[in-house]
Structures are given as C-alpha cells and as structure tokens.
Design a protein around this ligand. Structure first.
Ligand SMILES: CC(C)(COP(=O)(O)OP(=O)(O)OC[C@H]1O[C@@H](n2cnc3c(N)ncnc32)[C@H](O)[C@@H]1OP(=O)(O)O)[C@@H](O)C(=O)NCCC(=O)NCCS
Length: 184
C-alpha cells in the first residue's frame, strides 16, 4: 500500500466490504471525521444526529460500504448508493478517510475497489456529491482516468463506466467496447 515515507503512521489494516453488523463501526468512523472532512464528505453541515440517521438509512437500504478496517475500527470507507430512479444503472458514491490517514494512498485503494464493485453491479454512471473545489476528490478521479464533471458550479460530479461485456465479448446489447473508465 502506498504510504508517506515521512509519516510515522503505517497502514496495517485490510480493505473489505462491511457486514450489517459493522453498522456501529461505520457510524463511529463518520462521526470521527474532522470538521473539514465532514463538510467535504456531506457537502455542507452535518451534525452527529444527521450522521447517525444517515448510517441507519443507508444500511436499511442495502448500501454497499467498502471499509478500511484496523482491528475493531473502520477508518476509511467508500459507499455505493443505488439511484434506482435514474434511467441508466446509476449509483451515488462517497469516500471518507480519517484525517491522520489521508494522503497515504488509502483513498486511491478504496476508489479502485469501489470501481471494481460498481462494475460488478453493472453501473454505468456514478455520481459524486461534493463541492467543485474538492482537490483530493478531483485528484482521485484523475488518477484513475475518470473525469469528474461539475456543470456550472453544480455539486454533483459524474463518472461514466462502460457497460458490462456480454458472454460473447460484446457490450451487453450494444456494439463492442472495452471495460475501461471513460472520460465523462
Ligand atoms: C477524498 C479522500 C477520501 C481522499 O483520501 P486520501 O486517502 O487522502 O487519498 P489519497 O492519499 O489516495 O490521495 C488521492 C489524491 O488526492 C490528493 N489529495 C489528498 N488529499 C488532498 C488535499 N487535502 N488537497 C489536495 N489534494 C489532496 C493526493 O495528493 C492524491 O493525488 P495524486 O493521485 O495526484 O497523487 C479524503 O481526502 C477525505 O476523506 N476527504 C474528506 C471527505 C471527502 O472529501 N470525500 C469525497 C467526496 S464524497
């Protein structure tokens, strides 16, 4: 795992999908985010009560959460929330890494796992809600050749994925294509 060489913090945990019983650990993780990260993550003010309700709602709705877990703590997360009302397979995604672990490649590792999972689900459109100045989020998307597009100061960025390949190797129901991140 990539790390800051001048940092005393080592990443000793694992990245795995969270289980239903991980709900309290996920909640504690989001509650521990410092105020700036919390604001970036929720695109504005989010108090503890809001976060608790959000976590319960997410787990009740079957949200997929991939966590960075050390011992009994979730210290980073990547979330996939289906947006079933959209005409094409769409999910809203979100990332969070606790301050002392930021800038060590963890967000990138979570991003990779999330894209893999999103492809497994057959999503072709991913939405990220944050502010357009979120440099870390932009850098993350750029690193994986995904372009985050914010239209006219909008707070929703879009990442497009190719549709899954059919068993014959063609894009399901469409012309041939390769499963790569597409620029938006
Ligand atoms: C976004 C976030 C998950 C990135 O996690 P991370 O572990 O720091 O990410 P990485 O270490 O893998 O770095 C990813 C890229 O972001 C850059 N980056 C990280 N923090 C940054 C910051 N504060 N400002 C500018 N760039 C930053 C890194 O340099 C890296 O860029 P590179 O690929 O060009 O080298 C983390 O900063 C975070 O939790 N932020 C608060 C919540 C949030 O904004 N979530 C996203 C919207 S839902």
């Amino acid at each position: 795992m990539e790390q800051n060489t001048d940092s005393p913090v080592r990443l000793t945990g694992t990245i795995r999908q969270l289980r239903p019983s991980d709900l309290p650990r996920f909640r504690e993780h989001l509650l521990r985010l410092d105020s700036e990260s919390r604001r970036d993550r929720f695109n504005g003010l989010a108090n503890d009560r809001f976060i608790s309700a959000y976590v319960y709602r997410s787990f009740a709705a079957g949200t997929t959460v991939i966590g960075y877990v050390e011992g009994d703590k979730v210290l980073g997360a990547a979330e996939i929330h289906e947006r079933a009302e959209e005409s094409q397979p769409t999910a809203e995604i979100a990332f969070s890494v606790e301050r002392h672990l930021q800038h060590r490649g963890l967000g990138g590792r979570l991003f990779e796992r999330l894209i893999e999972k999103a492809r497994d689900f057959g999503y072709t459109k991913l939405l990220v809600t944050t502010h357009p100045q979120n440099a870390a989020m932009r850098a993350l998307a750029r690193r994986y050749n995904a372009r985050l597009v914010f239209e006219d100061g909008e707070t929703v960025g879009t990442i497009h994925l190719d549709p899954p390949l059919s068993l014959s190797g063609a894009v399901a129901g469409e012309i041939q294509g390769k499963a790569a991140l597409q620029p938006a």
